[in-house]
Design a protein around this ligand. Structure first.
Ligand code: AGP
Length: 612
Protein backbone atom coordinates (compact mmCIF):
# COMPACT_ATOMS: atom_id res chain seq x y z
CA UNK A 1 0.00 0.00 0.00
CA UNK A 2 1.29 3.43 -0.94
CA UNK A 3 3.94 3.80 -3.61
CA UNK A 4 7.27 5.55 -3.20
CA UNK A 5 9.58 6.84 -5.92
CA UNK A 6 12.82 8.78 -5.86
CA UNK A 7 15.40 10.07 -8.31
CA UNK A 8 18.89 11.49 -7.94
CA UNK A 9 21.03 12.27 -11.00
CA UNK A 10 21.46 14.80 -13.77
CA UNK A 11 18.03 14.55 -15.40
CA UNK A 12 14.94 16.61 -14.67
CA UNK A 13 13.45 14.67 -11.75
CA UNK A 14 9.79 15.68 -12.14
CA UNK A 15 8.78 13.61 -15.22
CA UNK A 16 10.61 10.58 -13.86
CA UNK A 17 8.80 10.89 -10.53
CA UNK A 18 5.36 11.50 -12.07
CA UNK A 19 5.69 8.55 -14.46
CA UNK A 20 6.97 6.41 -11.60
CA UNK A 21 3.96 7.36 -9.48
CA UNK A 22 1.63 6.46 -12.36
CA UNK A 23 3.23 3.02 -12.48
CA UNK A 24 2.78 2.64 -8.73
CA UNK A 25 -0.70 4.11 -8.57
CA UNK A 26 -2.20 0.65 -8.20
CA UNK A 27 -0.70 0.60 -4.68
CA UNK A 28 -2.86 3.50 -3.49
CA UNK A 29 -4.56 6.40 -5.17
CA UNK A 30 -6.26 8.72 -2.71
CA UNK A 31 -3.64 11.49 -2.88
CA UNK A 32 -0.12 12.00 -4.14
CA UNK A 33 2.81 14.34 -3.82
CA UNK A 34 6.31 15.19 -4.91
CA UNK A 35 9.24 16.99 -3.24
CA UNK A 36 12.04 18.49 -5.34
CA UNK A 37 15.39 19.56 -3.97
CA UNK A 38 16.69 22.47 -5.99
CA UNK A 39 18.41 24.95 -3.71
CA UNK A 40 15.11 25.00 -1.88
CA UNK A 41 13.00 22.06 -0.82
CA UNK A 42 9.70 22.38 -2.71
CA UNK A 43 6.74 20.16 -1.88
CA UNK A 44 3.68 19.75 -4.13
CA UNK A 45 0.80 17.54 -3.00
CA UNK A 46 -2.82 17.02 -3.85
CA UNK A 47 -5.81 14.92 -2.89
CA UNK A 48 -6.88 12.59 -5.72
CA UNK A 49 -5.06 10.70 -8.43
CA UNK A 50 -1.58 11.32 -9.78
CA UNK A 51 -3.01 13.06 -12.89
CA UNK A 52 -4.39 15.79 -10.60
CA UNK A 53 -0.99 16.27 -8.99
CA UNK A 54 0.60 16.46 -12.42
CA UNK A 55 -1.76 19.24 -13.55
CA UNK A 56 -1.27 21.06 -10.26
CA UNK A 57 2.55 21.03 -10.53
CA UNK A 58 2.64 21.88 -14.24
CA UNK A 59 0.83 25.13 -13.43
CA UNK A 60 3.65 26.20 -11.09
CA UNK A 61 7.37 26.89 -11.03
CA UNK A 62 9.25 23.70 -10.35
CA UNK A 63 12.58 22.05 -11.11
CA UNK A 64 15.40 19.93 -9.74
CA UNK A 65 17.47 16.81 -10.34
CA UNK A 66 16.70 15.25 -6.98
CA UNK A 67 13.26 14.37 -5.73
CA UNK A 68 10.94 11.94 -4.02
CA UNK A 69 7.27 11.13 -4.58
CA UNK A 70 4.39 9.22 -3.04
CA UNK A 71 0.97 7.89 -3.95
CA UNK A 72 -1.12 7.21 -0.88
CA UNK A 73 -3.51 4.64 0.52
CA UNK A 74 -4.75 6.30 3.69
CA UNK A 75 -4.06 4.73 7.06
CA UNK A 76 -3.87 7.62 9.53
CA UNK A 77 -6.09 10.53 8.53
CA UNK A 78 -8.60 10.83 5.68
CA UNK A 79 -7.49 11.51 2.10
CA UNK A 80 -6.79 15.27 1.93
CA UNK A 81 -4.13 17.72 0.75
CA UNK A 82 -2.82 18.03 4.33
CA UNK A 83 -2.52 14.30 4.90
CA UNK A 84 -0.92 13.68 1.50
CA UNK A 85 2.82 12.92 1.47
CA UNK A 86 5.59 14.21 1.45
CA UNK A 87 5.44 15.52 5.02
CA UNK A 88 7.73 18.31 6.08
CA UNK A 89 9.24 18.49 9.53
CA UNK A 90 8.14 21.51 11.55
CA UNK A 91 11.17 23.65 10.72
CA UNK A 92 11.17 22.52 7.11
CA UNK A 93 14.59 20.82 7.29
CA UNK A 94 13.34 17.38 6.27
CA UNK A 95 10.62 16.00 4.07
CA UNK A 96 9.54 12.37 4.19
CA UNK A 97 7.48 9.92 2.12
CA UNK A 98 6.42 6.75 3.90
CA UNK A 99 4.72 3.45 3.18
CA UNK A 100 3.72 1.54 6.30
CA UNK A 101 2.44 2.23 9.78
CA UNK A 102 4.35 3.71 12.72
CA UNK A 103 2.57 1.85 15.49
CA UNK A 104 3.99 3.89 18.39
CA UNK A 105 3.34 7.21 16.66
CA UNK A 106 1.05 8.59 19.37
CA UNK A 107 3.60 8.20 22.19
CA UNK A 108 6.35 9.62 19.95
CA UNK A 109 4.03 12.50 19.07
CA UNK A 110 3.30 13.22 22.75
CA UNK A 111 7.04 13.45 23.42
CA UNK A 112 7.53 15.78 20.47
CA UNK A 113 4.61 17.98 21.54
CA UNK A 114 6.36 18.33 24.92
CA UNK A 115 9.36 19.60 22.92
CA UNK A 116 7.04 22.25 21.39
CA UNK A 117 6.55 20.47 18.06
CA UNK A 118 3.38 21.47 16.22
CA UNK A 119 1.69 19.16 13.68
CA UNK A 120 -0.14 20.00 10.46
CA UNK A 121 -1.60 16.59 9.60
CA UNK A 122 -3.15 13.57 11.27
CA UNK A 123 -0.50 11.21 9.89
CA UNK A 124 2.04 8.98 11.60
CA UNK A 125 4.53 10.05 8.90
CA UNK A 126 4.68 13.65 10.07
CA UNK A 127 5.68 12.31 13.50
CA UNK A 128 8.62 10.53 11.86
CA UNK A 129 9.63 13.68 9.95
CA UNK A 130 9.65 15.67 13.19
CA UNK A 131 11.49 12.97 15.10
CA UNK A 132 14.25 12.99 12.47
CA UNK A 133 14.46 16.78 12.73
CA UNK A 134 14.49 16.58 16.53
CA UNK A 135 17.60 14.35 16.51
CA UNK A 136 19.22 16.46 13.77
CA UNK A 137 18.83 19.64 15.79
CA UNK A 138 20.12 18.09 19.01
CA UNK A 139 23.72 18.02 17.86
CA UNK A 140 25.47 20.02 15.13
CA UNK A 141 27.73 17.01 14.43
CA UNK A 142 24.80 14.83 13.38
CA UNK A 143 24.18 14.47 9.65
CA UNK A 144 20.90 13.61 7.97
CA UNK A 145 21.48 9.85 7.78
CA UNK A 146 22.42 9.66 11.46
CA UNK A 147 19.27 11.57 12.37
CA UNK A 148 17.21 9.12 10.26
CA UNK A 149 18.97 6.17 11.88
CA UNK A 150 18.37 7.51 15.42
CA UNK A 151 14.70 8.20 14.64
CA UNK A 152 14.16 4.75 13.12
CA UNK A 153 15.74 3.11 16.16
CA UNK A 154 12.79 4.53 18.18
CA UNK A 155 10.11 3.42 15.74
CA UNK A 156 7.87 0.39 16.20
CA UNK A 157 6.07 -0.65 13.04
CA UNK A 158 6.59 -0.92 9.33
CA UNK A 159 8.17 1.55 6.98
CA UNK A 160 9.55 2.10 3.54
CA UNK A 161 10.74 5.72 3.53
CA UNK A 162 12.59 8.22 1.40
CA UNK A 163 13.89 11.39 3.03
CA UNK A 164 15.28 14.67 1.74
CA UNK A 165 17.20 17.14 3.88
CA UNK A 166 17.24 20.83 2.90
CA UNK A 167 20.78 21.23 4.27
CA UNK A 168 22.30 18.22 2.47
CA UNK A 169 21.46 18.96 -1.10
CA UNK A 170 22.92 15.95 -2.91
CA UNK A 171 21.43 13.16 -0.92
CA UNK A 172 18.39 10.91 -0.57
CA UNK A 173 18.11 8.63 2.44
CA UNK A 174 15.90 5.57 2.04
CA UNK A 175 15.11 2.82 4.53
CA UNK A 176 12.85 -0.17 4.88
CA UNK A 177 11.30 -2.43 7.45
CA UNK A 178 8.34 -4.49 6.35
CA UNK A 179 7.53 -2.31 3.32
CA UNK A 180 9.48 -2.97 0.13
CA UNK A 181 12.02 -0.65 -1.48
CA UNK A 182 14.28 -1.24 -4.43
CA UNK A 183 17.09 1.00 -5.65
CA UNK A 184 18.02 1.13 -9.32
CA UNK A 185 21.59 1.98 -10.19
CA UNK A 186 22.06 3.89 -13.44
CA UNK A 187 25.00 5.70 -14.93
CA UNK A 188 25.72 8.36 -12.30
CA UNK A 189 22.09 8.28 -11.24
CA UNK A 190 19.86 6.38 -8.82
CA UNK A 191 16.19 5.47 -8.79
CA UNK A 192 14.13 4.46 -5.77
CA UNK A 193 10.77 2.72 -5.90
CA UNK A 194 8.41 0.46 -3.98
CA UNK A 195 8.65 -2.05 -6.79
CA UNK A 196 10.77 -2.31 -9.91
CA UNK A 197 8.12 -1.15 -12.40
CA UNK A 198 9.17 2.55 -12.40
CA UNK A 199 12.86 1.61 -12.61
CA UNK A 200 12.91 -1.06 -15.32
CA UNK A 201 13.00 1.34 -18.26
CA UNK A 202 16.17 3.02 -16.92
CA UNK A 203 18.35 0.24 -15.54
CA UNK A 204 18.51 -3.48 -14.90
CA UNK A 205 20.93 -3.19 -11.97
CA UNK A 206 19.05 -3.06 -8.69
CA UNK A 207 19.55 -3.50 -4.97
CA UNK A 208 16.60 -4.77 -2.93
CA UNK A 209 16.74 -3.31 0.56
CA UNK A 210 16.35 -5.75 3.42
CA UNK A 211 14.56 -5.01 6.67
CA UNK A 212 16.29 -2.33 8.74
CA UNK A 213 18.61 -1.31 5.89
CA UNK A 214 19.24 2.41 5.49
CA UNK A 215 20.56 3.55 2.09
CA UNK A 216 22.48 6.79 1.74
CA UNK A 217 22.31 7.76 -1.91
CA UNK A 218 24.53 10.52 -3.25
CA UNK A 219 25.69 11.51 -6.72
CA UNK A 220 29.11 9.98 -6.15
CA UNK A 221 27.96 6.71 -4.65
CA UNK A 222 25.58 4.72 -2.56
CA UNK A 223 26.19 3.05 0.82
CA UNK A 224 24.13 0.96 3.18
CA UNK A 225 24.00 0.71 6.95
CA UNK A 226 21.40 -0.64 9.33
CA UNK A 227 19.25 0.83 12.06
CA UNK A 228 21.88 -0.14 14.64
CA UNK A 229 24.41 1.93 12.67
CA UNK A 230 26.41 -1.06 11.40
CA UNK A 231 27.61 -1.11 7.78
CA UNK A 232 25.77 -3.48 5.42
CA UNK A 233 27.22 -4.81 2.16
CA UNK A 234 25.47 -4.18 -1.15
CA UNK A 235 24.00 -7.10 -3.09
CA UNK A 236 23.34 -6.28 -6.74
CA UNK A 237 20.52 -8.08 -8.56
CA UNK A 238 19.64 -8.18 -12.20
CA UNK A 239 16.17 -6.98 -13.12
CA UNK A 240 14.23 -8.82 -15.79
CA UNK A 241 11.00 -6.91 -16.35
CA UNK A 242 9.51 -6.18 -19.75
CA UNK A 243 8.34 -2.55 -19.61
CA UNK A 244 6.52 -3.03 -22.90
CA UNK A 245 3.94 -5.02 -20.94
CA UNK A 246 3.14 -2.15 -18.62
CA UNK A 247 0.51 -0.41 -20.73
CA UNK A 248 -3.10 -1.26 -21.52
CA UNK A 249 -2.52 -1.86 -25.22
CA UNK A 250 -5.81 -2.13 -27.10
CA UNK A 251 -7.83 -2.64 -23.91
CA UNK A 252 -9.88 -0.09 -22.01
CA UNK A 253 -8.67 -1.35 -18.63
CA UNK A 254 -5.77 -3.32 -17.22
CA UNK A 255 -8.23 -5.78 -15.70
CA UNK A 256 -9.73 -6.63 -19.09
CA UNK A 257 -6.27 -6.91 -20.62
CA UNK A 258 -5.19 -9.23 -17.83
CA UNK A 259 -8.32 -11.39 -18.19
CA UNK A 260 -7.55 -11.73 -21.89
CA UNK A 261 -3.91 -12.54 -21.22
CA UNK A 262 -4.81 -15.68 -19.27
CA UNK A 263 -4.50 -18.25 -22.06
CA UNK A 264 -0.98 -16.95 -22.56
CA UNK A 265 -0.09 -16.60 -18.89
CA UNK A 266 -1.34 -20.10 -18.04
CA UNK A 267 0.92 -21.32 -20.84
CA UNK A 268 3.83 -19.25 -19.47
CA UNK A 269 3.29 -20.87 -16.09
CA UNK A 270 3.69 -24.43 -17.35
CA UNK A 271 6.08 -23.63 -20.21
CA UNK A 272 9.40 -25.40 -19.78
CA UNK A 273 8.03 -27.28 -16.78
CA UNK A 274 6.31 -30.17 -18.60
CA UNK A 275 8.58 -32.70 -20.31
CA UNK A 276 7.68 -33.06 -23.98
CA UNK A 277 6.43 -36.64 -23.53
CA UNK A 278 4.41 -35.53 -20.47
CA UNK A 279 6.35 -37.95 -18.29
CA UNK A 280 7.49 -35.37 -15.77
CA UNK A 281 6.83 -31.98 -14.22
CA UNK A 282 10.00 -30.03 -13.50
CA UNK A 283 9.77 -27.45 -10.72
CA UNK A 284 13.42 -26.45 -10.40
CA UNK A 285 12.83 -24.09 -7.47
CA UNK A 286 11.65 -27.00 -5.31
CA UNK A 287 14.56 -29.35 -5.92
CA UNK A 288 16.26 -28.77 -2.58
CA UNK A 289 13.09 -29.19 -0.51
CA UNK A 290 11.27 -31.90 -2.44
CA UNK A 291 12.55 -34.76 -0.25
CA UNK A 292 11.05 -32.95 2.77
CA UNK A 293 7.80 -32.38 0.90
CA UNK A 294 7.66 -36.10 0.13
CA UNK A 295 8.00 -36.96 3.79
CA UNK A 296 5.60 -34.33 5.10
CA UNK A 297 2.55 -35.61 6.98
CA UNK A 298 0.84 -32.29 6.51
CA UNK A 299 0.99 -29.31 4.18
CA UNK A 300 -0.29 -25.92 5.27
CA UNK A 301 -1.13 -23.41 2.54
CA UNK A 302 -1.40 -19.76 3.51
CA UNK A 303 -2.51 -16.65 1.64
CA UNK A 304 -4.94 -13.71 1.61
CA UNK A 305 -7.87 -12.83 -0.64
CA UNK A 306 -7.61 -14.34 -4.09
CA UNK A 307 -4.39 -16.15 -3.16
CA UNK A 308 -6.30 -17.82 -0.33
CA UNK A 309 -8.90 -18.99 -2.84
CA UNK A 310 -6.13 -20.52 -4.94
CA UNK A 311 -4.88 -22.21 -1.77
CA UNK A 312 -8.30 -23.83 -1.25
CA UNK A 313 -8.14 -25.26 -4.77
CA UNK A 314 -4.65 -26.56 -3.92
CA UNK A 315 -6.13 -28.33 -0.90
CA UNK A 316 -8.63 -30.23 -3.04
CA UNK A 317 -5.96 -31.20 -5.57
CA UNK A 318 -3.22 -32.26 -3.15
CA UNK A 319 -5.54 -34.26 -0.90
CA UNK A 320 -7.25 -36.01 -3.81
CA UNK A 321 -4.17 -36.81 -5.86
CA UNK A 322 -1.21 -36.94 -3.45
CA UNK A 323 -3.27 -38.04 -0.43
CA UNK A 324 -1.49 -35.72 1.94
CA UNK A 325 -3.44 -33.85 4.56
CA UNK A 326 -3.70 -30.12 3.76
CA UNK A 327 -4.81 -27.18 5.86
CA UNK A 328 -5.53 -23.78 4.38
CA UNK A 329 -5.14 -20.68 6.51
CA UNK A 330 -5.74 -16.95 6.19
CA UNK A 331 -2.34 -15.39 6.83
CA UNK A 332 -3.94 -12.74 9.05
CA UNK A 333 -5.33 -15.45 11.35
CA UNK A 334 -2.41 -17.84 11.24
CA UNK A 335 0.11 -15.21 12.31
CA UNK A 336 -1.72 -14.49 15.56
CA UNK A 337 -2.79 -18.02 16.47
CA UNK A 338 -0.45 -20.30 18.29
CA UNK A 339 -0.31 -22.86 15.46
CA UNK A 340 1.07 -26.30 16.20
CA UNK A 341 3.86 -26.46 13.67
CA UNK A 342 7.24 -28.10 13.46
CA UNK A 343 10.07 -29.25 11.27
CA UNK A 344 8.04 -32.05 9.70
CA UNK A 345 5.51 -29.59 8.28
CA UNK A 346 5.64 -27.95 4.89
CA UNK A 347 4.19 -24.46 4.66
CA UNK A 348 3.34 -23.01 1.24
CA UNK A 349 2.82 -19.25 1.12
CA UNK A 350 0.96 -17.89 -1.89
CA UNK A 351 1.10 -14.25 -2.90
CA UNK A 352 0.89 -12.41 -6.19
CA UNK A 353 2.88 -9.44 -4.92
CA UNK A 354 5.10 -11.27 -2.48
CA UNK A 355 4.75 -8.20 -0.25
CA UNK A 356 1.49 -8.82 1.64
CA UNK A 357 2.28 -7.97 5.27
CA UNK A 358 0.20 -10.78 6.81
CA UNK A 359 1.63 -13.40 4.45
CA UNK A 360 5.18 -12.29 5.24
CA UNK A 361 4.44 -12.41 8.97
CA UNK A 362 3.07 -15.95 8.51
CA UNK A 363 6.27 -16.84 6.65
CA UNK A 364 8.41 -15.55 9.52
CA UNK A 365 6.36 -17.52 12.04
CA UNK A 366 6.61 -20.72 9.99
CA UNK A 367 10.38 -20.26 9.69
CA UNK A 368 10.71 -19.64 13.42
CA UNK A 369 8.90 -22.91 14.09
CA UNK A 370 11.31 -24.77 11.83
CA UNK A 371 8.84 -25.72 9.08
CA UNK A 372 9.98 -26.07 5.48
CA UNK A 373 8.71 -22.97 3.69
CA UNK A 374 7.87 -22.69 0.01
CA UNK A 375 6.72 -19.56 -1.81
CA UNK A 376 4.37 -19.39 -4.78
CA UNK A 377 4.79 -15.89 -5.99
CA UNK A 378 4.41 -13.73 -9.08
CA UNK A 379 6.69 -10.75 -8.49
CA UNK A 380 10.30 -11.64 -9.13
CA UNK A 381 12.64 -10.38 -6.41
CA UNK A 382 9.78 -9.67 -3.98
CA UNK A 383 10.29 -10.17 -0.25
CA UNK A 384 8.46 -13.50 -0.25
CA UNK A 385 10.59 -14.77 -3.12
CA UNK A 386 13.78 -13.69 -1.38
CA UNK A 387 12.89 -14.98 2.06
CA UNK A 388 11.60 -18.46 1.23
CA UNK A 389 14.09 -21.31 0.96
CA UNK A 390 12.38 -22.68 -2.14
CA UNK A 391 9.61 -21.66 -4.45
CA UNK A 392 7.86 -21.47 -7.77
CA UNK A 393 7.33 -18.29 -9.73
CA UNK A 394 3.94 -18.08 -11.39
CA UNK A 395 5.24 -16.11 -14.42
CA UNK A 396 1.96 -14.27 -14.98
CA UNK A 397 3.76 -11.01 -15.69
CA UNK A 398 3.05 -7.72 -14.01
CA UNK A 399 -0.56 -7.55 -12.79
CA UNK A 400 -1.75 -3.93 -12.49
CA UNK A 401 -5.53 -4.25 -12.05
CA UNK A 402 -6.26 -4.26 -8.33
CA UNK A 403 -8.64 -7.17 -8.86
CA UNK A 404 -6.43 -10.19 -9.36
CA UNK A 405 -7.22 -12.31 -12.42
CA UNK A 406 -4.26 -13.75 -14.32
CA UNK A 407 -2.26 -14.12 -11.11
CA UNK A 408 -5.03 -16.39 -9.77
CA UNK A 409 -5.08 -18.73 -12.76
CA UNK A 410 -1.28 -18.84 -12.70
CA UNK A 411 -1.33 -19.77 -9.00
CA UNK A 412 -3.89 -22.51 -9.67
CA UNK A 413 -1.72 -23.80 -12.53
CA UNK A 414 1.30 -24.02 -10.21
CA UNK A 415 -0.73 -25.78 -7.51
CA UNK A 416 -2.10 -28.23 -10.09
CA UNK A 417 1.43 -29.07 -11.22
CA UNK A 418 2.62 -29.32 -7.61
CA UNK A 419 -0.21 -31.70 -6.64
CA UNK A 420 0.34 -33.94 -9.67
CA UNK A 421 4.11 -33.97 -9.27
CA UNK A 422 3.77 -34.95 -5.62
CA UNK A 423 1.18 -37.59 -6.47
CA UNK A 424 3.45 -39.14 -9.07
CA UNK A 425 6.42 -39.14 -6.71
CA UNK A 426 4.27 -40.82 -4.05
CA UNK A 427 2.87 -43.20 -6.65
CA UNK A 428 -0.68 -42.26 -5.76
CA UNK A 429 -1.40 -41.69 -9.45
CA UNK A 430 -0.73 -44.08 -12.32
CA UNK A 431 1.67 -42.95 -15.04
CA UNK A 432 -0.94 -43.07 -17.82
CA UNK A 433 -3.46 -40.96 -15.89
CA UNK A 434 -0.66 -38.55 -14.99
CA UNK A 435 0.47 -38.23 -18.58
CA UNK A 436 -3.09 -37.78 -19.80
CA UNK A 437 -3.61 -34.95 -17.30
CA UNK A 438 -0.38 -33.21 -18.28
CA UNK A 439 -1.34 -33.49 -21.90
CA UNK A 440 -4.72 -31.98 -21.13
CA UNK A 441 -3.07 -29.14 -19.17
CA UNK A 442 -1.33 -28.16 -22.37
CA UNK A 443 -4.76 -27.73 -24.06
CA UNK A 444 -6.21 -25.45 -21.36
CA UNK A 445 -4.92 -22.17 -22.90
CA UNK A 446 -6.85 -22.91 -26.11
CA UNK A 447 -10.00 -23.67 -24.10
CA UNK A 448 -9.50 -20.36 -22.30
CA UNK A 449 -9.43 -18.59 -25.66
CA UNK A 450 -12.77 -20.18 -26.56
CA UNK A 451 -14.32 -18.90 -23.33
CA UNK A 452 -13.13 -15.36 -24.06
CA UNK A 453 -15.23 -15.46 -27.25
CA UNK A 454 -18.28 -15.26 -24.94
CA UNK A 455 -17.37 -11.72 -23.92
CA UNK A 456 -20.23 -10.02 -25.80
CA UNK A 457 -22.76 -12.49 -24.44
CA UNK A 458 -21.47 -11.91 -20.90
CA UNK A 459 -21.80 -8.16 -21.44
CA UNK A 460 -25.52 -8.67 -22.25
CA UNK A 461 -25.99 -10.74 -19.10
CA UNK A 462 -24.24 -7.98 -17.13
CA UNK A 463 -26.77 -5.45 -18.50
CA UNK A 464 -29.60 -7.49 -16.95
CA UNK A 465 -28.08 -7.69 -13.50
CA UNK A 466 -26.09 -4.48 -13.16
CA UNK A 467 -28.52 -2.86 -10.72
CA UNK A 468 -28.87 -5.69 -8.21
CA UNK A 469 -27.98 -5.12 -4.57
CA UNK A 470 -26.91 -8.64 -3.66
CA UNK A 471 -25.60 -11.70 -5.48
CA UNK A 472 -24.99 -15.27 -4.42
CA UNK A 473 -22.30 -17.50 -5.96
CA UNK A 474 -22.50 -21.27 -5.55
CA UNK A 475 -20.10 -24.10 -6.36
CA UNK A 476 -19.26 -27.56 -5.11
CA UNK A 477 -15.99 -29.40 -4.53
CA UNK A 478 -13.05 -27.83 -6.27
CA UNK A 479 -15.40 -25.24 -7.74
CA UNK A 480 -16.51 -23.92 -4.35
CA UNK A 481 -13.37 -21.72 -4.14
CA UNK A 482 -14.17 -20.53 -7.66
CA UNK A 483 -17.59 -19.37 -6.38
CA UNK A 484 -15.77 -17.51 -3.58
CA UNK A 485 -13.45 -15.92 -6.12
CA UNK A 486 -16.36 -14.89 -8.39
CA UNK A 487 -18.08 -13.21 -5.43
CA UNK A 488 -14.87 -11.43 -4.41
CA UNK A 489 -14.38 -10.10 -7.94
CA UNK A 490 -17.92 -8.72 -8.07
CA UNK A 491 -17.82 -7.07 -4.66
CA UNK A 492 -14.40 -5.51 -4.96
CA UNK A 493 -14.96 -3.77 -8.29
CA UNK A 494 -18.74 -3.20 -8.50
CA UNK A 495 -19.47 -2.69 -4.76
CA UNK A 496 -22.42 -5.11 -5.01
CA UNK A 497 -22.68 -7.27 -1.92
CA UNK A 498 -21.83 -10.78 -3.07
CA UNK A 499 -21.34 -14.01 -1.15
CA UNK A 500 -19.74 -17.23 -2.26
CA UNK A 501 -21.11 -20.43 -0.75
CA UNK A 502 -20.60 -24.14 -1.00
CA UNK A 503 -23.81 -25.07 -2.82
CA UNK A 504 -24.60 -27.77 -0.27
CA UNK A 505 -24.67 -25.09 2.44
CA UNK A 506 -27.37 -23.07 0.69
CA UNK A 507 -30.18 -24.76 2.59
CA UNK A 508 -28.49 -23.90 5.88
CA UNK A 509 -29.11 -20.18 5.57
CA UNK A 510 -28.53 -18.33 2.30
CA UNK A 511 -31.68 -19.78 0.72
CA UNK A 512 -33.56 -17.25 2.86
CA UNK A 513 -32.12 -14.53 0.61
CA UNK A 514 -33.54 -16.01 -2.57
CA UNK A 515 -36.29 -14.01 -4.26
CA UNK A 516 -36.92 -12.67 -7.74
CA UNK A 517 -34.32 -9.91 -7.21
CA UNK A 518 -31.42 -12.19 -6.36
CA UNK A 519 -29.07 -13.42 -9.07
CA UNK A 520 -27.56 -16.76 -8.12
CA UNK A 521 -24.45 -17.53 -10.10
CA UNK A 522 -23.90 -21.27 -10.12
CA UNK A 523 -20.68 -22.93 -11.28
CA UNK A 524 -22.15 -26.13 -12.71
CA UNK A 525 -20.03 -27.93 -15.30
CA UNK A 526 -20.54 -31.67 -15.75
CA UNK A 527 -18.62 -33.35 -12.95
CA UNK A 528 -19.30 -35.77 -10.12
CA UNK A 529 -21.47 -33.16 -8.36
CA UNK A 530 -23.54 -32.33 -11.41
CA UNK A 531 -26.85 -33.90 -10.29
CA UNK A 532 -26.54 -32.31 -6.86
CA UNK A 533 -25.91 -28.87 -8.24
CA UNK A 534 -28.83 -29.25 -10.66
CA UNK A 535 -30.99 -29.87 -7.58
CA UNK A 536 -29.61 -26.68 -6.01
CA UNK A 537 -30.53 -24.79 -9.16
CA UNK A 538 -34.06 -26.26 -9.01
CA UNK A 539 -34.35 -25.07 -5.42
CA UNK A 540 -33.35 -21.54 -6.40
CA UNK A 541 -35.75 -21.53 -9.37
CA UNK A 542 -38.60 -22.79 -7.18
CA UNK A 543 -38.16 -19.60 -5.14
CA UNK A 544 -38.08 -17.35 -8.21
CA UNK A 545 -34.31 -16.69 -8.00
CA UNK A 546 -32.50 -15.83 -11.23
CA UNK A 547 -29.89 -18.41 -12.08
CA UNK A 548 -26.81 -17.60 -14.15
CA UNK A 549 -25.10 -20.93 -14.72
CA UNK A 550 -21.58 -21.69 -15.90
CA UNK A 551 -22.09 -24.96 -17.75
CA UNK A 552 -20.24 -27.43 -19.94
CA UNK A 553 -20.82 -26.62 -23.60
CA UNK A 554 -23.94 -28.22 -25.03
CA UNK A 555 -25.56 -28.86 -21.63
CA UNK A 556 -29.14 -28.54 -22.90
CA UNK A 557 -30.67 -29.40 -19.56
CA UNK A 558 -29.14 -26.43 -17.74
CA UNK A 559 -29.44 -24.15 -20.75
CA UNK A 560 -33.20 -24.67 -20.47
CA UNK A 561 -33.38 -24.50 -16.70
CA UNK A 562 -31.21 -21.48 -15.94
CA UNK A 563 -32.16 -17.89 -16.77
CA UNK A 564 -28.76 -17.33 -18.38
CA UNK A 565 -25.96 -19.70 -19.25
CA UNK A 566 -22.31 -19.27 -20.11
CA UNK A 567 -20.81 -22.35 -21.74
CA UNK A 568 -17.24 -23.48 -21.16
CA UNK A 569 -15.43 -26.29 -23.02
CA UNK A 570 -15.52 -29.75 -21.52
CA UNK A 571 -12.46 -30.55 -19.40
CA UNK A 572 -11.23 -32.93 -16.74
CA UNK A 573 -12.57 -31.61 -13.39
CA UNK A 574 -8.97 -30.87 -12.29
CA UNK A 575 -8.84 -28.03 -14.80
CA UNK A 576 -12.39 -26.74 -14.34
CA UNK A 577 -11.30 -23.93 -11.91
CA UNK A 578 -8.95 -22.50 -14.55
CA UNK A 579 -11.80 -22.30 -17.05
CA UNK A 580 -14.86 -21.57 -14.91
CA UNK A 581 -13.32 -18.51 -13.28
CA UNK A 582 -12.87 -16.64 -16.59
CA UNK A 583 -16.60 -15.92 -17.21
CA UNK A 584 -16.96 -14.85 -13.58
CA UNK A 585 -14.12 -12.35 -14.00
CA UNK A 586 -15.73 -10.99 -17.17
CA UNK A 587 -19.17 -10.78 -15.56
CA UNK A 588 -17.78 -8.76 -12.63
CA UNK A 589 -15.83 -6.56 -15.03
CA UNK A 590 -18.85 -5.69 -17.19
CA UNK A 591 -21.19 -5.13 -14.25
CA UNK A 592 -18.66 -2.78 -12.62
CA UNK A 593 -18.15 -0.91 -15.87
CA UNK A 594 -21.89 -0.50 -16.43
CA UNK A 595 -22.22 0.87 -12.91
CA UNK A 596 -19.58 3.48 -13.69
CA UNK A 597 -17.05 2.07 -11.22
CA UNK A 598 -13.31 2.54 -11.46
CA UNK A 599 -12.50 -1.02 -12.48
CA UNK A 600 -8.71 -0.89 -12.19
CA UNK A 601 -8.60 1.20 -9.02
CA UNK A 602 -11.66 0.34 -6.93
CA UNK A 603 -12.37 2.51 -3.92
CA UNK A 604 -10.63 1.80 -0.61
CA UNK A 605 -8.45 -0.95 -2.06
CA UNK A 606 -4.79 -1.21 -2.99
CA UNK A 607 -2.97 -3.86 -4.94
CA UNK A 608 -0.40 -4.83 -2.35
CA UNK A 609 -1.54 -4.82 1.23
CA UNK A 610 1.77 -4.06 2.88
CA UNK A 611 0.23 -3.00 6.18
CA UNK A 612 -1.88 -5.09 8.54
C1 AGP B 1 -7.75 -9.78 -5.24
O1 AGP B 1 -8.59 -9.42 -6.25
C2 AGP B 1 -7.56 -8.81 -4.18
N1 AGP B 1 -7.28 -7.52 -4.65
C3 AGP B 1 -6.83 -9.26 -2.94
O2 AGP B 1 -7.71 -10.10 -2.28
C4 AGP B 1 -5.46 -9.96 -3.06
O3 AGP B 1 -5.61 -11.21 -3.66
C5 AGP B 1 -4.85 -10.11 -1.66
O4 AGP B 1 -4.65 -8.83 -1.12
C6 AGP B 1 -3.58 -10.90 -1.64
O5 AGP B 1 -2.56 -10.28 -2.36
P1 AGP B 1 -1.24 -11.04 -2.72
O6 AGP B 1 -1.61 -12.20 -3.58
O7 AGP B 1 -0.40 -10.03 -3.43
O8 AGP B 1 -0.61 -11.49 -1.44
Amino acid sequence: MCGIVGYLGEKDAFPILINGLKRLEYRGYDSSGIALLNGTLDVFKKKGKVAELENFVLGQKYGGNIGIGHTRWATHGEPSDENAHPHNSMNGIFTVVHNGIIENYSSLKEDLVKQSYVFQSETDTEVLANLIEFFYEQDSEINAESAVQLALSKVVGAYGIAVLCKNEKNKIIAARKGSPLVIGIGNGEYYIASDASPIAEFTSQVVYLNDEDIAIIQKDGFTLKNVRNNPVSLKLSNLDLDVGKLDKGEFEHFMLKEIYEQPKTIEETFRGRLKSDYSEIVLGGLLNVFPKVLEAQRIIIIGCGTSWHAALIGEYLIEEYAQVSVEVEYASEFRYRKPVLGKNDVVILISQSGETADTLAALHLAKEKGATVIGICNVVGSTLARETEAGVYTHAGLEIGVASTKAFTAQVTVLTMFALKLARAKETIELDEYQALLQELSTIPEKGRIILQNNEKIKLIAEKYKDVINALYLGRGILFPVALEGALKLKEISYIHAEGYAAGEMKHGPIALVDDNLPVIVVAPRDEYYEKIVSNIQEVKARKGNVIAIVTEGDKRLIELANDCIEIPNSHPVFAPLLAVIPLQLLAYHIALLRGCDVDQPRNLAKSVTVE
